[in-house]
Design a protein around this ligand. Structure first.
Ligand SMILES: C[S@@+](CC[C@H](N)C(=O)[O-])C[C@H]1O[C@@H](n2cnc3c(N)ncnc32)[C@H](O)[C@@H]1O
Length: 289
């Protein structure tokens, strides 16, 4: 900038009238003027850059704020299920094991009175404490030797009540297993509610050898012909491999024992449970021999 505009002008000027005071003053004025022009130019560029930077920053701030809002409102599927479970159920102890609190759908819940197609969950089995599960949990709590210091698997755990009963009864490790992801969230919530630590396994293990467990608990799983067939075969194999297999069932028509069983106990169901399970008033606990 200086070499192009200032010096050529100065040289011309000095060569014409080198000694006069006037020319010197003019030269200074010219130089000062050029310096001011240069400074003004630099200042304009800098303010331009600054304005651009501020605008960019404002836009960046806007993007950052939008992202923050999006992530603040974002929930994982498990968090969403947990919120719905808490919103749509009540904490109940109105069953055969009142020492265990469970998030259940009862007569006080809106869902209880809504048609099935308006239910927010598909088949919320976890929201009921089934007669078979109630009997087996009561039995375990009153006969702790069956699970004490043992590793216990609660298959088709639903609310995980049987798993929680096993933990209370002194099992060294307890796993609640269910193929329904919502049931697995309910199991964790119920465990938290009772300050109990259990593992939750959300997958189908009906053909596994279950080598890591000593006791297999099956609460009210004989509700369909297909699953009953699968279960009898699998439970028989597990029993032959030395596992203790306990089954709770109120007498469902698919519970036609295909293995040797011993009846360990029979319980009268609570009034609300009889109402929920029309046709059943008792539930029994069986052990595979
Ligand atoms: C009738 S509920 C019983 C729940 C609980 N045991 C009780 O007694 O309250 C049956 C449960 O078995 C689960 N289930 C069905 N098939 C399964 C499978 N192959 N593996 C694990 N769980 C299964 C269902 O999702 C449901 O939660």
């Amino acid at each position: 900038m200086i070499s192009i505009t200032v010096f050529p002008l100065c040289e011309n000027f000095v060569s014409k009238r080198p000694t006069t005071l006037f020319s010197l003053v003019l030269l200074r004025v010219h130089i000062i003027f050029n310096c001011y022009t240069l400074l003004y130019f630099i200042k304009s560029i800098l303010s331009c850059i600054l304005i651009k930077f501020i605008k960019m920053n404002v836009r960046l701030q806007f993007i950052v704020n939008s992202m923050k809002t999006i992530f603040k409102n974002y929930c994982t599927p498990s968090e969403l299920y947990a919120k719905k479970i808490k919103d749509l159920t009540v904490i109940s102890t109105n069953h055969l094991t009142p020492e265990i609190k469970l998030y259940l759908i009862t007569e006080q819940c809106k869902l209880w009175h809504s048609p099935a197609d308006q239910c927010e969950f598909d088949d919320p089995f976890w929201a009921f404490y089934w007669p078979g599960g109630q009997a087996i949990s009561r039995f375990i709590l009153d006969n702790r030797q069956y699970v004490n210091n043992k590793k216990v698997l609660d298959v088709g755990s639903g609310s995980a009540a049987c798993a929680l009963a096993s933990a209370i009864a002194g099992a060294s490790q307890v796993t609640a297993n269910d193929i329904d992801p919502v049931a697995c969230v309910a199991a964790k919530l119920n465990a938290q509610l009772n300050n109990i630590c259990i593992d939750v396994l959300p997958k189908n293990i009906l053909s596994d050898d279950c080598s890591q467990w000593d006791v297999i608990i099956v609460g009210d799983m004989f509700y369909s012909k297909d699953i009953a067939e699968l279960l009898w075969k699998w439970l028989n194999t597990l029993h032959n491999h030395g596992k203790i297999v306990l089954i709770g069932d109120p007498g469902r028509h698919c519970f036609k024992p295909e293995c040797q069983l011993t009846k360990l106990a029979e319980y009268k169901l609570t009034e609300n449970c009889c109402l929920e399970n029309r046709g059943f008033s008792t539930s029994s606990v069986w052990k595979l021999n």
